[in-house]
Design a protein around this ligand. Sequence first.
Ligand code: ZN
Length: 279
Amino acid sequence: MPGVFQFSPDGIVDEARRAQDLGLQAILLFGVPREKDEQASGAYAENGVVQKTLRAIKSKCPEVVAITDVCLCQYMSHGHCGVARIDGDHFHVLNDETVDLLVKTALSHAHAGADMVAPSDMMDGRIGAIREALDANGFDQTGIMSYAAKFASVFYGPFRDAAESPPKFGDRRSYQMDCANAEEALREVALDVEEGADILMIKPALPYIDILWRVRERFAKPTAVYHVSGEYAMVKAAAEKGFLDERAAVLEIMTSLKRAGADIIVTYWARELAEWVRE
Ligand SMILES: [Zn+2]
């Protein structure tokens, strides 16, 4: 996508500094490892790409709030968010085995300096398990931003290519939510609140703006929304064709997300937006 790049761990440090200069308070890291395997071992390796990057950020610009995406899909050779078992034409993701690896991953991020971990996998019980493990290891100040309501969406397409993690078989509908089901979203969010999530996230953004509003109203917790790659790509493509004024469109979209209750917006436009808001 235009304006979207992968960075080396060193490159991220410069990027984090630029973000800080613009007044952005936090960055969200996604690892793209060189090697993938069936156990996602790169996700929790001491010298994994995210762990290395965290140590670099924390030694050179410690004030930047570093949030890490905690999932296994980028590290799994099959591209699913968890440990998968394949029986002939069918596969399923093993919830509890996956949670164990997510806990390991979150802990290794905390050890490397993460201020907050953001589990994006949608397995059951992972928030409580991660909270317990963080507390037991002296990381009671490390926050959890939960992808509490993550819908199975066509709008993730461009990111999956950028993160090199499209599933090799099947799809993610067995663990992500159905677009038509609002009540399920509220139930999933309630579980994450009970298990100790500090920030609740809704993903994607515009097609789920009603969910954002309902979650903010019902749970009165800091609420984040993730404006995803496909939503970004639509505006970019329209602007390139001269159909839309990019800046005006982005400001209107972001304002509407704030209006609907977003305390935090995750967006590929963060840098430009910070500049435009200043102007
Ligand atoms: Zn994933």
